[in-house]
Design a protein. Structure first.
Length: 264
């Protein structure tokens, strides 16, 4: 039996399939994606540098219009061809693990909630740095440790009660303190990582699962179970989510990462 590559945490074919499918329904979660993107782009207001050419990585049709509204020309990329065309303007279907862009192509790279399904994140960050001109800026956000913890715990407890065990059903996320170190390791100058928190409340708990699917965030962990789950798993798990005022709550803890391409 062949040895599994230790770096193979995510099934990239499944990630692409989920994003292809989500391209038809991502408008359902556009408000949440836009909120996260606006919080990320607010960092541009903290610098006097003016950017002319940006790369939007995995923006799902939300980031590119926000950049264009700031007068910045945009090239968008996405692992999913169907999702890439939602960005309008210049778009390309490209794998974040094997980016096709020439060195020094952009002075700004924006990756809003789009790098957390990458197997080799340090390599992806290095490629993004290489695509930046000297003095260019990376703005990236990704779910951090603690995101969807309520759902993770509820699924684990429900599956353990039903089957005596639990399969991975929510992606592993990095710790915030590791994010700045990742940027430094990838060769960025002045790396900074901080946290934004978004809390989502649902009157219908099933809408949480529908929103994750609409965002292209279905389970793509390589070691996930490939057979259908027990019929009672999701109803039991959703019934175990914390509730207040008739609504269940889940938390998005978003690590915001900024780093500059070194001047030559």
């Amino acid at each position: 039996m062949p040895r599994m590559d230790a770096m193979l945490v995510f099934d990239r074919a499944a990630v692409r399939h989920h994003r292809d499918r989500a391209a038809r329904q991502v408008d359902r979660v556009a408000d949440v994606l836009r909120d996260a993107a606006e919080r990320l782009l607010d960092r541009l207001d903290d610098t006097t540098v003016r950017f002319a050419q940006a790369l939007d990585v995995g923006g799902r049709g939300v980031v590119a219009p926000l950049l264009r509204a700031r007068g910045i020309a945009v090239v968008s990329s996405d692992l999913s061809p169907a999702m890439a065309v939602r960005n309008g303007g210049a778009s390309v279907a490209a794998d974040e693990e094997f980016l096709p862009f020439a060195p020094s192509s952009f002075d700004l790279v924006v990756a809003s909630l789009s790098l957390h399904w990458v197997n080799d994140l340090p390599s992806a960050l290095i490629q993004l740095r290489q695509s930046l001109r000297p003095g260019g800026l990376l703005l990236a956000s990704l779910p951090a440790l603690g995101t969807l913890d309520e759902l993770r715990r509820a699924l684990t407890e429900a599956e353990a009660a039903l089957t005596g065990g639990a399969a991975p059903r929510v992606s592993p996320f990095p710790d915030l303190r590791d994010c700045a170190a990742l940027l430094q390791r990838a060769g960025y100058a002045m790396p900074v990582a901080d946290m934004d928190v978004i809390r989502l409340r649902y009157a219908d708990p099933m809408a949480l699962l529908a929103d994750l699917r609409a965002a292209g965030e279905a389970n793509a962990v390589h070691l996930r179970l490939r057979r259908p789950p027990a019929r009672d798993l999701f109803p039991m798990a959703l019934a175990g989510l914390p509730e207040a005022d008739g609504r269940v709550t889940t938390t998005l803890r978003i690590a915001v990462m900024t780093g500059w391409a070194p001047e030559r």
